[in-house]
Design a protein. Structure first.
Length: 169
């Protein structure tokens, strides 16, 4: 057994707590920044609609969105649920749409799914992991909107936002 004193253990515990709460603080700040950005986008969409204009699909807020973000060269990962609400078994692949930013610039990052296809009996559900390679092709801090779907299953359109984190963030 090592000769660690009570004071040393207390110092280590305080240090770990400080690092833990510091990390929680950073995560909370990042979350709040994203909430402010989304609320700002919703306000811009509402403003365009009230002036008679139509917000674009890329600027229109969805009920729920999966956000996949990472630094260039990294892989972003997310999870979504697929459910077969049909009366028959479904065996189908999962696909990703092309992604586009609010200005219409398109990106086609490499997206893979685990599992790559689903086989579901009526009423069955399955969690699917989505992996998106974030490349230099994506502009930092720009949202690229697209979706994941299983064409054979109604209601499986998953709105997705891809975002490349800026260097050093």
């Amino acid at each position: 057994m090592s000769n660690v004193t009570i004071e040393e253990m207390f110092r280590r515990a305080v240090d770990l707590n400080l690092r833990y709460y510091g990390a929680i603080g950073k995560l909370t700040a990042e979350y709040l920044r994203e909430v402010v950005n989304v609320v700002g986008e919703m306000g811009a969409s509402a403003g365009a609609a009230s002036r008679g204009g139509q917000p674009t699909a890329a600027s229109r807020p969805a009920a729920a969105q999966m956000v996949l973000e990472a630094h260039a060269g990294e892989t972003a990962m997310g999870v979504f649920l697929v459910e077969n609400s049909l009366a028959a078994e479904v065996k189908a692949g999962i696909v990703a749409s092309v992604f586009a930013d609010a200005a219409g610039r398109q990106a086609a990052p490499k997206v893979t799914f685990d599992p790559p296809a689903v086989s579901l009996r009526p009423g069955e559900q399955l969690l699917v992991r989505a992996y998106a390679q974030i490349s230099e092709e994506l502009e930092p801090d720009v949202r690229y909107f697209g979706e994941f779907l299983v064409p054979e299953l109604q209601g499986t359109r998953i709105p997705v936002v891809l975002r490349r984190r800026p260097s050093g963030a």
